[in-house]
Design a protein around this ligand. Structure first.
Ligand SMILES: [Zn+2]
Length: 260
């Protein structure tokens, strides 16, 4: 697993699975762990990475309810999980979904875990979004980020000018409309993220990266063009130039079915 320091108070790890990112953010003697690595050995080493950087992790945040972003509890068993109200509502309304999908991934790749995934204890904290979340002496800004799924938030770290985008602005994955996603909501989220990207030193997409603000702005334009084309032409829409692998074409086919 790769670990990159973006700022004295921001460290990002990139998982070997789907290049899933996990962002450690600190203010004073409090740190949060946003999203999570995927493999068991990566989660096992995460506390040591945090400790080495003198990040005392007191809480978990999840950008959205997809299983691959919810595994922080394996690294920080005592830390409460904070997420957008929309995400908390999804987790309450769909108990066991994340666990089931994690189990399918683990079965496929023969991954062994120390135990089943616990999300609900200690209880999940629903955060009002848009809103703020106190950390140390400072505050994180929380922005609604739905469209990929029906729930979610992006996290802006003002003093580091880092945007943790959730599953948007990925250099490796095309915009993905999951079962609960929506193309028009996706476009609205891109519009909401645009001014943050313009101010960002670094952007941390859910998968791939981190990238600088200029590259993220270029990806945002490509993603907007792709989603607009998807709404107009469905399967005929062209994929972003650098994201045309077989796997991305499969995701595109699923997107086209979703908007049809
Ligand atoms: Zn996702």
């Amino acid at each position: 697993m790769r670990a990159v320091g973006l700022h004295a108070d921001v460290v990002v790890t990139v998982s070997r699975a789907y290049q899933t990112t996990c962002t450690l953010v600190r203010s004073g003697n409090e740190a949060f762990c946003v999203d999570s690595p995927v493999f068991a050995d990566e989660l096992e080493v995460l506390p040591a990475i945090a400790e080495q950087a003198a990040f005392a992790v007191v809480g978990l945040l999840a950008t959205h309810a997809d299983w691959d972003h919810l595994l922080g509890r394996y690294a920080f068993a005592e830390a409460p999980l904070g997420c957008a109200e929309t995400t908390a509502a999804f987790l309450v309304g769909h108990p066991g979904v994340a666990q089931r999908e994690l189990r399918a991934f683990d079965d496929e790749l023969y991954v062994e875990r120390p135990g089943p995934l616990s999300i609900g204890s200690p209880p999940t904290q629903a955060l009002p979004v848009p809103g703020h979340c106190g950390i140390g002496e400072q505050e994180l800004e929380l922005h609604p980020a739905d469209g990929h799924t029906g729930d979610g938030m992006a996290v802006w770290v003002p003093w580091a000018r880092v945007l943790v985008a959730g599953d948007y602005l990925s250099p490796v994955e095309i915009p993905l409309l999951s079962e609960t996603g929506s193309a028009s909501a996706y476009l609205a989220t891109l519009a909401r993220l645009e001014p943050l990207v313009a101010r960002a030193e670094h952007v941390v997409p859910g998968h791939g990266g981190p990238i600088d603000g200029t590259r993220a702005a270029a990806i945002l334009r490509e993603d907007r063009a792709y989603v607009e084309a998807l709404m107009e032409r469905g399967a005929e829409a062209k994929l972003p130039l650098a994201r045309r692998t077989g796997a991305q074409r499969k995701l595109h086919a699923a997107n086209a079915e979703r908007v049809a």
